[in-house]
Design a protein around this ligand. Structure first.
Ligand SMILES: C[S@@+](CC[C@H](N)C(=O)[O-])C[C@H]1O[C@@H](n2cnc3c(N)ncnc32)[C@H](O)[C@@H]1O
Length: 191
């Protein structure tokens, strides 16, 4: 996972791509999801949606380690040149999709086994779109959802709403390796 100072990332930046909804780096919540999935391999992972993918590392890990077909979704088209650079460094490919959470339909979600999202509920305005995306995903038959966050109040509001409606677990998680991160995971099993 390259940092902002990596040669390929500097090239993309020099070409003028400027993400505008915080898709400006690897957010450490991604590492919480990757570590969780590494330690708890999902039963169903043929197709994965990385919602609010940013530079896309969570989906890339799923493509590489779970051999999943991955859709990398983000509202901000400017993240995708970074995602392509990171994918090329890692020798993986995912399918890019420029779309907002609130535009996802039950049909878009119908073929997805696993929905992941790292640090995607960071504004009050995102509580409803993320909750509704989860409602639709469960209705469409998505088998597992894993959302990670550094425990912003907005994430907890969303998680409480979702757990009250559908059940699920809120799990404290930490990684202590080349990356250190702590946070919480919202995990819903729907298989
Ligand atoms: C904090 S970044 C996290 C990126 C990535 N998941 C990670 O962990 O590195 C949040 C991402 O969500 C995207 N995003 C924000 N609001 C969105 C929305 N309504 N629909 C889809 N993507 C959105 C942003 O463009 C950004 O790339």
């Amino acid at each position: 996972m390259p940092t902002a100072s990596h040669r390929v990332i500097r090239q993309v930046k020099r070409a003028g791509h400027e993400p505008s909804i915080h898709g400006t780096k690897l957010w450490k919540s991604s590492c919480l999801i990757i570590d969780y999935l590494h330690k708890n391999p999902p039963e169903h992972s043929r197709t994965v949606l990385d919602a609010g993918c940013g530079w896309g590392i969570t989906g890339m890990w799923c493509a590489k380690k779970l051999r999943a077909n991955v859709i990398s979704l983000d509202a901000d088209p400017a993240v995708f040149p970074y995602l392509e650079a990171v994918a090329s460094l890692n020798g993986v490919a995912t399918t890019p999709l420029v779309k907002r959470f609130e535009q996802l339909t039950k049909r878009d979600l119908g073929d997805i086994d696993l929905l992941v999202g790292g640090d995607i509920c960071f504004w009050d305005e995102l509580v409803k779109p993320v909750s509704v995306m989860i409602d639709k995903a469960l209705d469409a038959g998505v088998k597992q959802i894993v959302i990670a966050d550094p425990e912003r109040p907005t994430f907890h509001t969303m998680a409480e709403r979702v757990i009250n409606k559908h059940g699920g677990d809120l799990i404290n998680w930490a990684v202590n390796g080349s990356v250190t991160a702590t946070g919480a995971l919202l995990v819903i099993n729907n298989a």
